[in-house]
Design a protein. Structure first.
Length: 417
């Protein structure tokens, strides 16, 4: 089976690594790919927004399946274009991807499907949102309606902070609707499921660490690390999340005539009254993929093709025993102004079959491997216990060196009560 993988981050390196293990793989083309994906397939330097050229490439190379990693091409309709050309796509249509690209639309689906979630109000202008906050006299979570690369949510503690968040988001993302949501209390968990339009198979629950600094302080980022599975989600709770938060949304999309094919990612808050959805994403998370894919046993390529063609066979995928901890190494200046061009040393010295190195913002320069983005490398440790996985990840991360390198030290470390 010939595969075209769309994207260039750590998520796409993890996908390329796993797809290349399939006994069914023929050619694996990565557009544009990165330093890591080049070890598993052929990188092709095409722009992601030139859908006509991508379709022409896929037809010339006899591509059997397109796997889309990032959210923006999905929101822009890349899956629709490939499907119209008769090429199966792992990834939702633009309409189905609105579960991520429009938080207001996602709330509409949740209400229709009776998915438990926070109460919310949608406003077309910042002024209307600010008037509502002043009249309510309460703090609200402020969200931008559209895509914001993980940085479109502010969780204030007061009316004044809520008003400041409205001003901030409306300035950073002009023209977008704003949502004001009640603040949910509990611990967050991410549950991702492979979907074929009707059926789904849930992956192990994971916990992402979004804030830049230890103890969840500092600005939001694309993700500083992730742990999977999460021990405070019991098998019974996972079943409840699937039945109340994931499957109803899949059913609602199918009933609308816009079936969801791909990964439905539910950000969940574990509240005292049960799990509630914070948001949906319409693709693999990054860095969630770097921890979850190593925990899957079975032919991922076969499963992705089954999702694309409406024939997922959940029984063919199994969950590997043990834990995965991914620690993200970031460039100097991340997230505001990441520096590029710093030489990276020590990657080749990692010699542990329980540690995986996933490239994200790297490039090959005149002197070798160097930084080329904000999140540079994901180091994933595997172990029979969470502690083993965590120790392996951090031991290997310590040996990778570049000027200005920084990362969190508390990924997988339980918070002090």
């Amino acid at each position: 089976m010939n595969v075209l993988l769309i994207g260039s981050g750590g998520r796409e390196h993890a996908l390329a690594w796993k797809i290349a293990q399939s006994p069914q793989i023929g050619k694996l083309l990565c557009v544009p790919g990165n330093t890591g994906t080049a070890h598993h397939g052929q990188n092709v330097p095409f722009p992601l927004d030139d859908f006509a050229a991508l379709i022409d490439l896929a037809q010339r190379e006899a591509i059997d399946l397109v796997v889309v990693g990032p959210e923006q091409p999905l929101a822009d309709g890349i899956a629709d274009r490939f499907a119209a050309a008769g090429i199966p796509v792992f990834g939702p249509s633009a309409e189905a991807a609105r579960l991520e690209s429009s938080k207001a639309y996602a709330k509409e689906i949740m209400a229709e499907a009776r998915v438990p979630t926070a109460a919310a109000h949608v406003f077309a202008t910042a002024a209307a949102a600010a008037d509502f906050v002043r009249s309510s006299g309460a703090a609200w979570v402020v969200k931008a309606d559209g895509l914001a690369q993980g940085k479109g949510v502010v969780v204030p503690d007061s009316v004044e902070e809520t008003l400041a968040a409205i001003a901030q988001l409306s300035g950073d993302l002009p023209g977008q609707q704003l949502l004001l949501e009640e603040r949910l209390i509990g611990r967050e968990v991410s549950v991702l499921a492979l979907c074929d339009g009707r059926r789904l198979v849930a992956l192990p629950p994971a916990r992402d660490h979004k804030r830049l600094g230890d103890g969840d302080v500092g600005p939001n980022t694309g993700g500083m690390g992730v742990v999977a599975p999460v021990d405070d989600v019991t098998p019974g709770q996972l079943d409840q999340i699937v039945s109340s938060c994931l499957q109803p949304a899949i059913d609602a999309m199918a009933a609308r005539g816009t079936p969801f094919h791909g990964v439905l990612y539910a950000g969940i808050m574990l509240t005292e009254t049960g799990p509630k959805v914070l948001e949906y994403n319409a693709r693999f998370g990054d860095p969630e993929a770097q921890a979850l894919l190593p925990l899957i046993e079975g032919d991922l390529l076969e499963a992705l093709y089954g999702c694309a063609t409406g024939n997922l066979q959940p029984e063919k995928l199994r969950r590997r025993k043990g834990y995965a901890v991914c620690v993200v190494l970031c460039a100097a200046g991340y997230p505001e102004r990441p520096r590029k061009g710093d030489a990276i040393r020590g990657v080749e010295a990692v010699d542990d079959n329980k540690v995986l190195i996933f490239h994200a913002g790297t490039a090959l320069g005149a002197t070798g491997l160097c930084t080329a983005g904000g999140r540079v490398i994901g180091v994933t440790g595997l172990g029979g216990t969470l502690r083993q996985a965590r120790e392996r990840a951090y031991e290997s991360a310590a040996g990778i060196r570049f000027e200005g390198k920084h990362h969190r030290m508390d990924i997988g470390k339980e918070p002090t009560p």
